[in-house]
Design a protein around this ligand. Structure first.
Ligand SMILES: C[S@@+](CC[C@H](N)C(=O)[O-])C[C@H]1O[C@@H](n2cnc3c(N)ncnc32)[C@H](O)[C@@H]1O
Length: 221
């Protein structure tokens, strides 16, 4: 089996996607759920880190985007460790009894960290859209947390720099789900990307990268 993409992925591992995957810290042999996976940039990074042992379950509600993910995984020869699941995460988590070592929720967000690429987003935000988006992020976080085994890791990430979608969603989640607690990102990414409270954060001004956020949360044993 080839792992040709691994080297290429490692070369570009310094972008936001690679850094968020570093916060997840995938290890060979692990079972990982990528909850909002398509089109699959982070799935591919995680799959390459498994070195042929373990599985990334790539869940997404969008069948077309998931198909692209599957084809890309095959092209990059990591399809043997990627299994796609077409589902609404909230329903999948209700019905799935198997718990995984690591779960990544790269949540749908306002995209406020990538405005330089998506100028259209600047003018399209309405207050009620934001409230709906925050409720969806909360529901998806609760669903994702059900898939984590005791002692396992849940990473919540967005490509937003808005605290309402980031720190505030994590704080609300920890109030609802006290069996989870924060684990600092400091062990996984360079210190310039770690906030005082232990979150991963990149911003276009300081890092010349797209804005992105990730929180690493541990489930008690
Ligand atoms: C920010 S994008 C994910 C990007 C992806 N992680 C990557 O690295 O390429 C958010 C994804 O969430 C998916 N999504 C939105 N609501 C969902 C739901 N209820 N269940 C599963 N996936 C959902 C969307 O289809 C979209 O592909």
């Amino acid at each position: 089996m080839g792992f040709g993409i691994s080297d290429k992925l490692n070369e570009v591992n310094c972008d936001c996607e690679g850094l968020v995957v570093s916060v997840v810290d995938p290890q060979p042999g692990e079972s990982i759920v990528d909850c909002c996976a398509a089109p699959g940039g982070k799935t591919l990074f995680m799959a390459s880190r498994l070195r042929g042992r373990g599985m990334v379950y790539a869940v997404d509600i969008n069948e077309g985007r998931l198909r692209v993910l599957k084809e890309t995984a095959k092209l990059h020869e990591v399809d043997v460790v990627v299994s796609t699941v077409h589902a609404d995460l909230r329903i999948f988590a209700e019905n799935n009894v198997v718990k995984s070592d690591k779960v990544l929720l790269d949540a749908p967000c306002s995209g406020l960290g990538v405005l330089s690429k998506r100028a259209d987003l600047r003018w399209n935000r309405k207050l009620e859209d934001m409230e709906q988006l925050k409720s969806l992020q909360d529901e998806l976080l609760d669903a994702a947390s059900k898939l984590v085994k005791p002692g396992g890791v849940l990473v919540y990430s967005t490509c937003s720099i808005d605290p309402e979608e980031n720190e505030e969603r994590v704080a609300a989640f920890l109030r609802r789900q006290p069996e989870f607690h924060m684990d600092s990102a400091a062990k996984y990414v360079p210190s310039s990307f770690v906030t005082e409270t232990g979150f991963f954060f990149s911003n276009p001004v300081e890092h010349a990268l797209d804005g992105s956020f990730a929180a690493r949360l541990l489930r008690s044993l």
